[in-house]
Design a protein. Sequence first.
Length: 193
Amino acid sequence: MTVFFIGAGPGDPDLITVKGRRLIEQCRYCLYAGSLVPEAVVDAAPEGAEVVDTASLTLDDIMAIIARAHGEGEDVARVHSGDPSLYGAIAEQIRRLRDMDIDYRIIPGVPAYAAAAAEMGVELTIPEVAQSIILTRTAMKSSAMPKGEELENFARTGATLAIHLSVRNLREIERVLTPYYGADCPVVIAYRV
């Protein structure tokens, strides 16, 4: 029995990986956050599968479903938005799976920054402009940024910034970045690309 953390991509059901879709088609349990993952992504679950929107469930509730699947010897598709390794909130689930001696695998998904660049038809790394991409977010009420990971520090590099989960901080982002990138620097705000 294995729990597969599957990246659903940035919102477009056509952007899930072939492997991710195949696993959803095979798993008898499919858990997804309906507030972030379109239902069309999990429509591929087999007939009779237990498909659960976990948006309103606690971690304990989710782990109870996984434990039941484990007891039945059934694999679980645990579908997350984007790529599970980027702001996927899988660390605590993985810790609990290890404690329960349950195998897991992470299946990458198309990250939002890559889908946004494709949608705009642009390259994020341009010779003599930027050869690095920094993936980050801004501080939120629920979680601060680690020391040294302030936006100003990243801006000093001149790298392309992909700032996730920060739409509520747009004015602050503009205030911090303008001195480093200039008022004429191209900016894109992407949502469910």
